[in-house]
Design a protein around this ligand. Structure first.
Ligand code: MRU
Length: 376
């Protein structure tokens, strides 16, 4: 998407690859919205760490990062021995797959890269195929998001107030985003609407990333505290909820998404407000049979006990210059915290799943599996 900084506008992708230096290029999302910076990772372990530490985050973006990371690891191999090459590749795959467990996109993306590589007969051929397949995954992610925009824009009418949770915007994908794609498409059709961004504690992706994206695109929006949605729904101030997902079960229609999504889905059902999840095909898990088996990432308690931000005022003694990034402890210093990163929303609470192939009821995914990329 376009980013305007100090009056200059440029087009950026969240993730890209520098083939000359065998480096994955990432927007450093932990610094946004206060600083826009691109960083590079120089080997697959650094790439995996960037995923774990959330330099890059969001299902599609970490999918593309893992695909590029696999290609990066493959291209760093020296020699012609296919057996050694394949053992190395297993290690790279495993390291990247373990970087974050809940989103299925990294594994789906790397499986695509591996399938493409199998067509090569030499190490050099496989290395070239790996990068081509990773690039194709990234391009496809963008095409999928654009198609989601075309389908999802039909749900948006003039004057609507739309709630979104966390960030399923272009920063969570290679470009465009999923939950935001219908917003951007509706905006380009001249529709007027307003978006409420859930703050999304503990990491505040709604307040920092979604709000920044919408501000960059000139879309009317406000950040709300996570606990405010029920009140707004009760007062008729939310007409539609649109979220992304990190893993949708193709067999059951259950939707895994950022912690707090389930709560919003329950509230939306209580108030008869349509609740949609938007996903590219790489977010569908055709294997797992029940949501309870989805690995839910437990993150460090420091995320709940405090918050990252920038100093908004100089301190009385002048020690912290304004704008300096800092972690502040909010909670009682002797208390611990529990920090599950995601939750699973049952199919019956979801009105529809917006995919690149159209909008489906969650229970219909399996029936349409061949249109939706099921390879089995
Ligand atoms: O922990 P994150 O920031 O990687 O979580 C991912 C998310 O932003 C959300 O769950 C999102 O709605 C789905 S990812 C497209």
């Amino acid at each position: 998407m376009n980013v305007t900084l100090r009056g200059r506008t440029g087009h950026f992708r969240t993730v890209s690859f520098d083939a000359e230096n065998n480096s994955v290029r990432l927007i450093e999302q932990r610094l946004l919205p206060h600083e826009f910076k691109i960083v590079g990772t120089n080997d697959f372990r650094e790439t995996a760490r960037a995923i774990t530490d959330m330099v890059v985050r969001g299902a599609g973006a970490i999918g593309a990062t893992a695909a590029y990371g696999l290609a990066q690891g493959a291209r760093a191999f020296r020699g012609n021995d296919l057996k050694q090459f394949s053992a190395r590749l297993d290690l790279v795959y495993q390291t990247l797959a373990e970087a974050r467990p809940t989103a299925v996109d990294p594994v789906n993306a790397m499986n695509e890269v591996r399938r493409a590589m199998a067509r090569g007969e030499t190490v050099a051929e496989r290395q070239a195929l790996a990068l081509a397949a990773a690039e194709e995954f990234a391009h496809e992610d963008v095409r999928h998001c654009e198609a989601i925009g075309r389908h999802g824009a039909k749900l948006i009418r003039n004057g609507m107030k739309i709630l979104t949770h966390c960030n399923a915007g272009w920063l969570a994908f290679v470009d465009v985003g999923t939950a935001t794609a219908p917003l951007y498409a509706a905006q380009s059709q001249g529709k007027k609407f307003h978006v409420f961004c859930d703050e999304t504690r503990p990491r505040s992706q709604g307040a920092t990333l979604t709000a920044w994206e919408l501000a960059q695109q000139g879309i009317s929006h406000q950040i709300i505290a996570d606990n405010a949605a029920g009140h707004l729904m009760q007062r008729g101030e939310i007409d539609l909820v649109m979220v992304g997902s990190d893993r949708v079960l193709g067999r059951t229609g259950e939707v895994t998404n950022k912690i707090g999504t389930y709560t919003k889905a329950v509230l939306a059902a209580r108030h008869k407000i349509p609740f949609y999840a938007a996903i590219p095909l790489s977010t569908i898990d055709w294997n797992l049979k029940r949501g309870f088996d989805i690995p839910i990432e437990d993150r460090h308690e420091s995320e709940v006990l405090g918050a990252w931000g920038v100093m908004a005022k100089p301190m009385a003694d002048g020690r912290w210059p304004m704008g300096k990034r800092a972690y502040v402890r909010v909670a009682n210093p002797t208390s611990g915290a529990r920090n599950p990163g995601f939750d699973v929303t049952p199919a019956e609470l979801i009105t529809g799943i917006i995919t690149p192939a159209g909008i489906f009821q969650p229970a219909e995914l399996w029936k349409h599996r061949h249109r939706l990329g099921f390879a089995g």
